[in-house]
Write a protein that binds this ligand. Sequence first.
Ligand code: 5AD
Length: 333
Amino acid sequence: MKNFTDKELIEIINTNKYDEELFKKADSIRREIYGTDVYIRGLIEFTNYCKNNCYYCGIRAGNTKTVRYRLDKDEILSCCDEGYKLGFRTFVLQGGEDPFFTDAKVCDIVYSIREKYPDCAITLSIGEKSKDSYKAYFDAGANRYLLRHETATESHYNMLHPSSMSLSSRKECLYNLKEIGYQTGSGFMVGSPFQTTENLVADLRFLQDLSPDMIGIGPYMTHSETPFSDKPGGTLELTLRMLAILRIMFPYALLPATTALGSIHPEGREMGLKAGANVVMPNLSPIKNRKNYDIYENKIATGLEAGQNVKELKEKFARIGYSIVTHRGDVKR
Ligand code: 5AD
């Protein structure tokens, strides 16, 4: 594991290039720990209702143009069923912060998946909850939790979120999740509005303190129905350099080549793998709902992004030397 100095980090972040040498280094570290394996997660976006109003996000409560949907338990279970047949052994239930899904409902869904698929990992990504709620989901059978910190600098956090949200409660949630025993994932957007190089360095330092199992990053993408509709998106190159830095600093981490990376460039996820990523999260949501989970615009949802096409994705990754595997894909640390 390498610990960069702030000065080294700033230099890498600010050198605006496709940094082949950095990516090779990251890839070789990834190969030492995970070989050429790529872990797959079946993503089930089960509700796009959200009580929050994050300024960057397309499914914010204030966007009245989004067509809202919720999947019921049976629909979620049939996504799992389809996914299981396709070889997925991790299901990620992701949604907005939707009060309709009470703790009792979440626990019931998690428990039903746990009963039916004892050999699978269940990941939740449903935002900030109390420690008791997190514990209840864990006891019902959830193993992993994704909650990006978004930015570790308080003043920046407050530029991206309304005053009802705070970095301190975000962080508290993350430490609670770890304490309960979840494999915990955090992360941030690259190139979010007002982000500085120092903010990115702070993100890395926060992650060193948290020591998460998963780190999800992707470029910020503009959405026209948000207060940030005039803000430019993050770049492919910087996202790739940040991925490589993460692999070098956190050799064991599960690093997804995210949908946002695949949306910004047709080969984005493949470039992500070459820069150190080792996870992809194809979509298992019902096709009819997919376009409505529009946290940002031009999000890929069909093609090789679709869980249904994992066989083709496997072939594509094999051509560049990586192998999709179908076990649970737990962290190696
Ligand atoms: N562009 C890129 N990523 C976004 N997210 C939310 N809105 C956007 C956007 N406009 C990310 C956030 C969130 C994750 C689910 O999606 O980091 O945690």
